[in-house]
Write a protein that binds this ligand. Structure first.
Ligand code: DAH
Length: 337
């Protein structure tokens, strides 16, 4: 029965395709849909079907009937010369097309690209390096020997041997100096890992962007100017910065760089906890021991380095209040960017 219904529809379609005159069309309609037409004949045998089959086939028969009615009424309109209606049956070029879903960049990737562009314009190059790192490049070469308390501040995922998941992108400082020597200008964006419990502002995986510039006569003024250029590229306006002393074994002097709060412009609000300033990134002048570890003459060259929290900066820029969203892969979140 099911196939009979389908055959019926096929033969209607075939017949309709050849019709040129309204009389033949009327006869055809009668032949298929008339009181004694083929469809009604078929429906008579519904009563012979089993209880399970009856509703299923009944439904199909109704659908076929509805389709045939529509087909005939369209054919009637075409034959009677209702041009507008017949055009409607064709293709309507004014209908909007089906929208294709396209992927979205993670907001930290967007910020990363903006920062990269700003640094490329200042003559820096972009480098990548290992996430699985040795104790040496992550700590010792950065003037953090075995017994140094600074190790405790970076909760580390230790691996077999002397290996670890890098806790910061500073691991590339000495690698790059060893490989390229001085003068050097580079940034190293990438993933870093910390062994810590997660909450709205901590995650075990996040992104940093390290910068290193080494040349003759590099001073703190160069560091500040470079940072201000970068910040106006990201926040698209002039930003005020200030330096406070900060301690990191691989820089001397070391600083914490703050920016004037972007929300209240320094007046004090809940975002900056009424201080007017937001802590942005640690930085400093590269420690001579680090230059020497990279094979660079520290009497001739000096440099600055900074460790920008890419994830943190992204959260500031887009006012994202939970760090875990960034690595969640949640499309509802990602589609907003
Ligand atoms: N690597 C440090 C961290 O992850 C941040 C840092 C501090 C990087 C000072 C630097 C720097 O380049 O100069 O906590």
């Amino acid at each position: 029965m099911e196939s009979k219904l389908k055959n019926l529809k096929d033969s209607v379609l075939k017949d309709l395709a050849e019709i040129k005159d309204s009389q033949i069309l009327a006869d055809l309609k009668n032949k298929y849909l008339g009181r004694k037409g083929e469809l009604n004949e078929l429906l008579k045998s519904l009563k012979d079907l089993s209880v399970e089959e009856k509703p299923k086939i009944g439904k199909l028969a109704n659908e076929v009937k509805e389709e045939l009615v529509v087909l005939f009424s369209k054919a009637e309109k075409i034959i009677s010369g209702d041009k507008k209606e017949s055009e409607d049956l064709d293709f309507d070029p004014t209908l909007p097309g089906i929208k294709k879903e396209i992927g979205h960049l993670n907001p930290s990737t967007i910020v990363q690209y903006e920062i990269e562009d700003a640094f490329l314009a200042m003559g820096f190059s972009i480098y990548d390096g290992p996430q699985l790192e040795s104790d040496y490049y992550n700590f010792t070469a950065l003037n953090i020997p075995d017994d140094h308390p600074a190790r405790d501040t970076q909760d580390t995922f230790w691996l077999e041997g002397d290996n670890l998941l890098r806790t910061h992108t500073s691991n590339l400082q000495v690698r790059m100096l060893e490989k390229y020597g001085a003068p050097f200008r580079g940034i190293f964006p990438g993933r870093v890992f910390r062994y810590e419990a997660t909450d709205a502002s901590h995650d075990h995986t996040f992104y940093q962007l390290e910068g290193l510039m080494v040349d003759e006569d590099i001073n703190i003024g160069n560091l500040i100017a470079t940072m201000k250029t970068l910040l106006s590229a990201v926040f698209r306006r002039e930003v005020d910065v200030r330096l406070r002393p900060g301690f990191f074994p691989f820089v001397e002097p070391g600083f914490e760089m703050d920016i004037k709060c972007l929300v209240c412009s320094g007046d004090g609000c809940s975002v900056c906890k009424q201080s007017g300033w937001l802590e942005l990134m640690p930085c400093g002048m590269v420690h001579p021991k680090v230059l020497e570890a990279g094979g660079v003459d520290s009497k001739k060259y000096s440099g600055f380095a900074f460790g920008l929290g890419l994830t943190r900066m992204t959260m500031m820029k887009y006012r994202i209040n939970d760090i875990r969203l960034l690595e969640s892969g949640d499309l509802r979140f990602l589609k907003q960017f």
